[in-house]
Design a protein around this ligand. Structure first.
Ligand code: PHE
Length: 458
């Protein structure tokens, strides 16, 4: 019975069509503002190389196993993030709460992500017109303040981004997401390498490299470790259903662990390249690396406008940011859209319109948190900061923890072996054994301990 039904269901479902498309879309999800906005900002704030080491360890011990687990679950169930758990464990509906939390996270992440993306899109035009370019950080800082403190501009750019991403989502998984990311990813690498080379050629660049690559562990506290792990989850787009959803569009002969490993390495390369593009320039012109989130919008225009052809490089930099952000936003928005589409049978257009509208409402509370809502705080944070903190430092790690428990302890080794080797390409049982050990013991313990320490519970 089942085997007669499955092929039909699979065929009717839109999915990624080629191996290259799978990599482009998955990498498109991983690479984003996380690489060029969060990674440099957090590295600059938390002591450079030492932070990168902790981030790398959390990626290997927690992020990567969760990524493989999610892709595997999605590919097996061929369903959205919520339905996946219903399909794989029909007796206990409670597991689908992981997917429900994922849909919630998707909205909260997009709420601030579309806002930052909105600034990036706006900066392409502002850089091209020259209005944000100055060697004086006071001037670039005033220009940035002017943008974020303007409620109309903030909401306008955010809505523009939502409509742009929504339009691609409506086109579908293969014709929208896959096609777009396949075109954009090579451009992204090209621009990044160009900017990196330019930055390295500046006098005094070595100091920036030193900062990036020489660790100072004195800055590493429990909270910093949690931030690094949060970044690992955020970077690999795991713990909130994105990779379950994308896994459901994978072909059955796709090697899941290998795909995850490749994407993780390529994503890391982008982050390091972004660091190489940014820090040498920052040091070369005598700026401080600890600018935090404003590094991208205040320091970069000030630094780059001092180099020959600087204005071209600033425009390129924000084009790069826009490309990166687009692939990531597509994958986040796909989580609720896939759910609405599959579960309630509504068209992709309607699902996207509903998601976009709700998102614009929630998102405006983040967009206005530098103007009208600047004094509206919960737990001492503006809505923008709260959404960021809640998702990276809480919802995604907790989601990842439950995914590990589900795969390692509920679903069990036999099903994992079946799900990972059914494609015939993964003959190496040792890979599965290592993965299973990581997902059953190493990842959940790591996540649990870091969460409890980081939140000062133990
Ligand atoms: N990985 C993306 C980035 O680094 C962000 C993201 C988070 C994407 C969660 C999907 C899901 O920008």
């Amino acid at each position: 019975m089942e085997s007669m039904e499955t092929p039909k269901a699979v065929k009717a479902r839109d999915s990624f069509t080629t191996g290259l498309g799978v990599i482009a879309a998955t990498l498109g999800s991983a690479v984003g503002l996380g690489n060029i906005w969060k990674f440099p900002a957090l590295t600059g704030l938390n002591g450079g190389a030492a932070f990168i080491v902790v981030y790398l360890l959390s990626t290997l011990m927690a992020g990567l196993p969760v990524m493989i687990a999610e892709l595997m679950l999605g590919r097996r169930s061929k369903s959205d993030a919520l339905t996946t758990f219903r399909v794989l464990h029909p007796k206990r509906e409670t597991w689908s709460l992981i997917g429900a939390a994922g849909v919630l996270s998707a909205f909260l992440i997009l709420a601030f992500y579309t806002e930052v993306a909105g600034w990036v899109f706006a900066y392409i035009f502002k850089a091209a017109s020259g209005s944000i370019l100055s060697a004086d950080p006071k001037v670039t800082s005033a220009a940035f303040e002017k943008l974020i403190a303007d409620p109309v501009q903030s909401v306008f750019w955010q809505c523009a981004v939502i409509i742009f991403v929504g339009a691609i989502i409506v086109m579908g998984v293969s014709k929208g997401i896959e096609k777009t990311t396949k075109r954009l990813m090579p451009v992204l690498f090209l621009i990044l390498v160009m900017i990196g080379v330019r930055s390295l050629m500046l006098p005094g660049a070595a100091q920036g490299l030193d900062f990036l690559f020489r660790p100072d562990f004195s800055k590493v506290t429990g909270a910093v470790v949690l931030t690094a792990m949060g970044l690992a989850f955020f970077k690999l787009s795991v713990g909130m259903g994105t990779m379950i959803t994308y896994g459901s569009y994978f072909r059955d002969d796709q090697n899941v662990p290998m795909t995850a490993l490749r994407v993780m390495l390529a994503d890391l390369t982008v982050s390091i390249l972004a660091g190489i593009a940014i820090f040498p320039a920052v040091f070369s012109f005598g700026f401080k690396p600890e600018a935090g989130p404003s590094l991208l919008f205040i320091t970069i225009p000030a630094v780059f406008s001092q180099m020959p052809f600087g204005n071209v490089f600033v425009v390129l930099f924000f084009v790069l940011g826009a490309i990166a952000a687009t692939g990531a936003m597509l994958s986040i928005m796909e989580v609720p859209v896939a759910y609405l589409h599959q579960r309630f049978g509504v068209s992709r257009f309607k699902a996207t319109a509903a998601t976009g509208t709700l998102l614009a409402l929630i998102g405006s509370t983040a967009a206005l948190s530098n103007s009208v809502l600047a004094n509206f705080k919960l737990f001492g944070m503006t809505m923008f900061d709260l959404y960021d903190f809640l998702t990276s430092n809480l919802l995604m790690p907790v989601g990842g923890l439950f995914i590990c428990i589900f795969v390692g302890w509920v679903w069990g080794e036999q099903k994992v072996r079946g799900a990972l080797s059914n494609d015939g390409t993964l003959r190496n049982g040792a890979v599965i054994s290592i993965f299973f050990f990581l997902v059953k013991y190493v990842a959940p313990i790591t996540i649990g301990v870091i969460l409890l320490r980081g939140l000062k519970i133990i």
